[in-house]
Design a protein around this ligand. Structure first.
Ligand code: GDP
Ligand code: GDP
Length: 437
C-alpha cells in the first residue's frame, strides 16, 4: 500500500535519526535502507493517532564523490519535496539558524509542500528564547521539541498528521498486472522503448497516479495479460543542469523500482555500462525486483563484437544480478523488442513462484549427500530442513544447527545449487537461516 510520505530534512547532527527513532520507536520496521546507494537514507513505517504514513529519514544524501556539503543538503531538500506529502524541517535550537538552514527553507518554501519547522534540542520546556530567531526562516511558527526527551513531539505530530490525514491511501495496484520499471541513464532509450512496448499494444489506462506522485503509469495488455509500465522517464524537461538530470533520473528510478515487480535496465550499447547503471541495478537487486538487462541501440553499434564485449562486461560488473537475462534490442527499429515480453513473463513467473517443500527437501538431501558443508572447530553445519517462506521474490528458510557458521561463500554455493535445480532465472532469491537443534 502506498502510504502518505513525510520526509525529515535538516543539516547533519540536528537530530534527524533521534527524532525518527522516537517516532517509530519499538514499532519499527525499517522498511528499507539504502546504504551505499544514497547514504543512510531510510524509510520507516509510522503511525500517529491511527494515521499511517511512511517516514523518511533523509540522512546524509550525497551523490557521487563530490561531497560538497551545500550540494548534498540542497539535494536532500529537493528530493524530499519531490516525493513527500509533508516535510518536517528539523533545525538545531542550540546552534541557532545556520546559513544552510536558510537555503533549505528557501527550497522548501518554493515547493509548495506543507512544511513543519521543528526546533530540536529544546530539552528544557519553558526555556524557549532561542525559538524566536527561527521565525526568520519564513516558515511560520517554529515548534520546540526535544527528540531525546520527547517534549513537544506529540504536538508536532498532530500538526504533521493534519496535513496528510486526508490523503487517500493508494491501494495495491491491480494484482493481475505485472509492474515494470524501465530504468537506465538519460538517453539510454527508455522512452523510446516504453513507446515501442505501448505502441504495439492497446494502452488501457494512462493516468496520473496519486496527488503528489507525478509519475505517469501506463497499463498495457499483451497476449491477454496486463502490464503496468511505471514511468521513470520524462525528466529532462525539468532541469537544464546535467548533474541535476542524472540526479533526478536516479531519484525517479528509485521510486519506480519501489513499486516494480520487474526492472528492465536499459543500457546504451554505444556507450557501454556506466557506474550509474551499476548503482541502479544494485538498488533494484536490493529491493528484490526481478530483472532484465537490455543492450539498446544495436542498430548503430559498430559490430557484433561490441555487443559481445558489452555482454562480457555486464557479466563481470553486474555479477550480482547474474540471474538477469541479457537481450540486445533496438528500441528505434523494434528489433528484439518482442523478446522482452517473454523475458518479463518468465522472470515474473519465477519471481512469484512457490517451490514445493518436498522438492526442496529432496534437493537438500542431495546437497547433504553430495555437496559440502562448513565447520568451525568442532561445530559442523547441519541443515535439517528447508522451506520457501515468501514469494516476490522467493525467500528460502533453512533450519540449521549453527546458523552462525553460514558465510557468504556458503550462501553463494547454496544459491548456485538451488538455481541449478529449479528455474529461478530473472529473479533474485533470499535466504534465511534459523536455528534448530
Ligand atoms: P542527524 O545527523 O540529524 O541524524 O542527528 P542525530 O540524530 O544523529 O543526532 C545528532 C546528535 O544530537 C546526537 O548526539 C544526539 O544524541 C543529539 N540529539 C538529538 N536530539 C537531541 C535533543 O533533543 N536534545 C539533545 N540535547 N541532543 C539531541
Ligand atoms: P531516455 O532518456 O532513456 O528516455 O532516452 P530516449 O528514448 O529519449 O532516447 C534518447 C535518444 O536515443 C533519442 O534520440 C532516441 O531516438 C535515441 N534512441 C533510443 N533508442 C535507440 C535505438 O535503439 N537506436 C538508435 N539508433 N537510437 C535510439
Amino acid at each position: 500500500m502506498a502510504l502518505p510520505i513525510v520526509a525529515v530534512v535538516g543539516r547533519p547532527n540536528v537530530g534527524k535519526s533521534t527524532f525518527v527513532n522516537r517516532i517509530v520507536g519499538g514499532q519499527d520496521a525499517i522498511v528499507h535502507e539504502m546504504r551505499g546507494v544514497t547514504r543512510d537514507r531510510s524509510y520507516h513505517e509510522a503511525d500517529w493517532n491511527g494515521v499511517h504514513f511512511t517516514l523518511i529519514d533523509t540522512g546524509g544524501i550525497e551523490m557521487g564523490n563530490d561531497d560538497a556539503f551545500q550540494e548534498s543538503i540542497r539535494n536532500q531538500a529537493v528530493m524530499a519535496t519531490q516525493e513527500a506529502d509533508a516535510v518536517v524541517f528539523l533545525v538545531d535550537g542550540r546552534t541557532g539558524a545556520a546559513p544552510d538552514d536558510l537555503e533549505v527553507a528557501r527550497i522548501l518554501k518554493r515547493s509548495g509542500k506543507p512544511v513543519v519547522l521543528a526546533v530540536n534540542k529544546m530539552d528544557a520546556p519553558g526555556k524557549e528564547d532561542g525559538l524566536w530567531e527561527f521565525y526568520s526562516l519564513g516558515l511560520g511558527d517554529p515548534w520546540p521539541i526535544s527528540s531525546i526527551h520527547g517534549h513537544g513531539t506529540g504536538d508536532l505530530l498532530d500538526e504533521v498528521v493534519g496535513y496528510i490525514k486526508d490523503i487517500p491511501v493508494e491501494e495495491e495496484e491491480d494484482v493481475d498486472s505485472i509492474n515494470i520499471a524501465i530504468i537506465g541513464r538519460p538517453n539510454a532509450g527508455k522512452s523510446s522503448l516504453t513507446n515501442k512496448l505501448i505502441g504495439r499494444e492497446r494502452a488501457i489506462v494512462s493516468d496520473v497516479a496519486g496527488t503528489t506522485r507525478d509519475a505517469v503509469d501506463t497499463t498495457v495488455e499483451h497476449d491477454g495479460k496486463f502490464y503496468m509500465i511505471v514511468d521513470t522517464a520524462g525528466l529532462r524537461k525539468k532541469s537544464k543542469i546535467d548533474e541535476d538530470v542524472e540526479y533526478y533520473s536516479f531519484v525517479r528510478a528509485m521510486r519506480a523500482i519501489d513499486r516494480a515487480d520487474v526492472a528492465i535496465l536499459v543500457i546504451d550499447a554505444t556507450i557501454g555500462l556506466t557506474d550509474q547503471d551499476q548503482r541502479v541495478a544494485g538498488f533494484a537487486a536490493e529491493r528484490g525486483c526481478a530483472m532484465i538487462v537490455l543492450m539498446n541501440k544495436r542498430d548503430i553499434v559498430e559490430s557484433g563484437e561490441v555487443l559481445d564485449e558489452l555482454r562480457e562486461t555486464i557479466g563481470d560488473r553486474l555479477m550480482f544480478v547474474g540471474y538477469a537475462p541479457v537481450i540486445s534490442i533496438s528500441a528505434l527499429t523494434g528489433k528484439g523488442v518482442s523478446r522482452i515480453w517473454e523475458a518479463v513473463d518468465a522472470a515474473y513467473e519465477n519471481y512469484s513462484s512457490q517451490v514445493s517443500t518436498s522438492k526442496l527437501n529432496a534437493w537438500l538431501q542431495h546437497i547433504r549427500e553430495f555437496g559440502h558443508t562448513v565447520s568451525q572447530g568442532k561445530k559442523v553445519l547441519k541443515m535439517k530442513y528447508v522451506t520457501q517462506t515468501r514469494t516476490c521474490p522467493p525467500e528460502f528458510t533453512f533450519f540449521v544447527n549453527h546458523p552462525e557458521l553460514i558465510n557468504d561463500n556458503y550462501q553463494r554455493f547454496l544459491e548456485n545449487r538451488l538455481r541449478q535445480a529449479f528455474d529461478l532465472s530473472g529473479t533474485p532469491i533470499r535466504f534465511k537461516f534459523k536455528k534448530k537443534d
